[in-house]
Write a protein that binds this ligand. Structure first.
Ligand code: SF4
Ligand code: SF4
Length: 403
């Protein structure tokens, strides 16, 4: 593992690599990032066409069949009411010639038809839709999902892959997502800490990038772009990134040697020092962005604050509510105070609520009403005491604060 990753507390970060279409360089980026990261996990969620294993050539330690539930009918009990047919949104059921026909390939295993059948004529059976393979290649744990041809959805395989891959412990995880922006991609990025969008330097590339950009925006994921196949020409994707204020994390050159190694299923960072440097720099940039992103959410992570931070929050909170606060101060406490403050000033309050805010609004309200309600700390304390007991602020247990 490179030094900059050992130093970081975010070494179990999940990085999703996406692109608007296949062949853009998504696997090139995710495979080589995992390879330069050293001890890491690579998860191939491109279950319709997994090819990361061709690069890693892992020794397979375990395989697992992935099954889904498919309805089956007991014809003796079926009265032909068609309630199940009308219920199925995927047209996986038809009642023809006095028989219920079940189209397994389009069934999405929602289980609804079984529930709506008034005669309990439907039950469920397992059907294999694919498998996952778990292997090791050097320091990299390789997880591969394989969907059987013609199956309706690979989501159950992706869920199992992510569940298994995340159980590896404190190693960075690189998720090679399916191409495009369908629900299977959403499933792959839902737990990611950072999304890397790979794009080609063409108008078509900018269009595809826009599709995945819209998707990660929906999930509010921190995002950066890697430009692949870069040449010394005008690049429409750069203009797109500028327009959307998207950061360009790195540029991979349009390079004959790299293309040749990659098309021969070689991990380029293991073949040439200049490529190792390129992907190492890219990884360092991504790690830095993930750390920055975590730091920017620090106010919501009071549980991870140091003893000093805890004490500062406690003092602030005591100043705001005019009474002693026992136990650990949490983000929820901040939220309670935000709500109080919003009630006092009758407007939305953003950012961290501090004692000065409360004082400022008290003064405003006093001025408007001509009454100094807040100069009576004893009365205010009595009210707050009741409220705090309900909210569990007061506690006989005094905690150290730091976790
Ligand atoms: S399980 Fe759901 S998708 Fe499958 S046939 Fe029944 S209703 Fe349709
Ligand atoms: S809901 Fe039950 S009884 Fe009605 S058609 Fe479907 S399987 Fe037959």
């Amino acid at each position: 593992m490179p030094d900059f990753m050992e130093e970081t507390a975010e070494c179990n970060m999940k990085i999703a690599v996406l692109s608007g279409k296949g062949g853009t360089g998504k696997t090139l980026v995710s495979v080589n990032l995992a390879a330069v990261a050293g001890h890491s996990t690579y998860i191939d969620c491109d279950v319709e066409e997994p090819n990361g294993h061709l690069f890693f050539k892992p020794a397979i330690a375990r395989e697992e069949l992935i099954t889904v539930k498919i309805p089956q009918v007991d014809e003796k009990q079926c009265v032909g009411c068609r309630a199940c047919v009308h219920f199925c949104n995927y047209n996986a059921l038809a009642y023809v010639n006095n028989r219920l026909i079940i189209f397994d390939d389009v069934c999405h295993s929602c289980g609804g038809c079984v529930l709506v059948c008034p005669e309990s004529a439907l039950s469920e059976s397992d059907k294999a839709i694919g498998k996952i393979e778990i292997g090791v290649a050097g320091e990299v744990n390789v997880y591969t999902g394989i969907l059987n041809t013609g199956e309706a959805t690979g989501i159950p395989i992706i869920n199992r892959l992510l569940e298994e891959g995340s159980a590896e412990g404190r190693v960075p995880i690189f998720i090679d997502c399916p191409p495009g922006s369908a629900c299977i991609v959403m499933e792959s990025i839902k737990d990611a800490d950072y999304c890397v969008l790979v794009a080609e330097p063409t108008l078509f590339g900018a269009h595809n990038l826009n599709m995945v950009y819209e998707l990660v925006k929906l999930f509010d994921k921190p995002t950066g772009v890697v430009l692949n196949k870069c040449m010394n020409e005008k690049n429409p994707v750069e203009e797109f990134c500028l327009d959307k204020s998207l950061e360009i994390l790195g540029r991979i050159p349009f390079d004959h040697e790299l293309a040749s190694l990659n098309s021969n299923a070689e991990i380029v960072v293991n073949k040439n020092e200049k490529y190792r440097e390129l992907f190492s720099d890219l990884l360092e940039t991504i790690v830095d962005r993930v750390e920055r992103e975590s730091a920017s959410h620090e106010p919501n992570r009071v549980h991870e604050a140091t003893a000093g931070d805890q004490e500062r929050h406690r003092v602030e909170l005591e100043q705001v509510c005019g009474e002693k606060v026992y136990g650990k101060v949490t983000a929820d406490d901040q939220e309670d105070h935000r709500m109080e403050l919003e009630q006092v000033c009758g407007e939305k309050v953003y950012g961290k609520v501090i004692a000065d805010d409360q004082e400022g609004h008290n003064a405003e309200q006093e001025k408007a009403s001509g009454i100094n309600d807040f100069d009576e700390p004893d009365e205010h304390c009595i009210e707050r005491e009741g409220a705090n007991s309900e909210q569990g602020y007061a506690s006989n247990e005094m905690e150290g604060g730091a976790e």
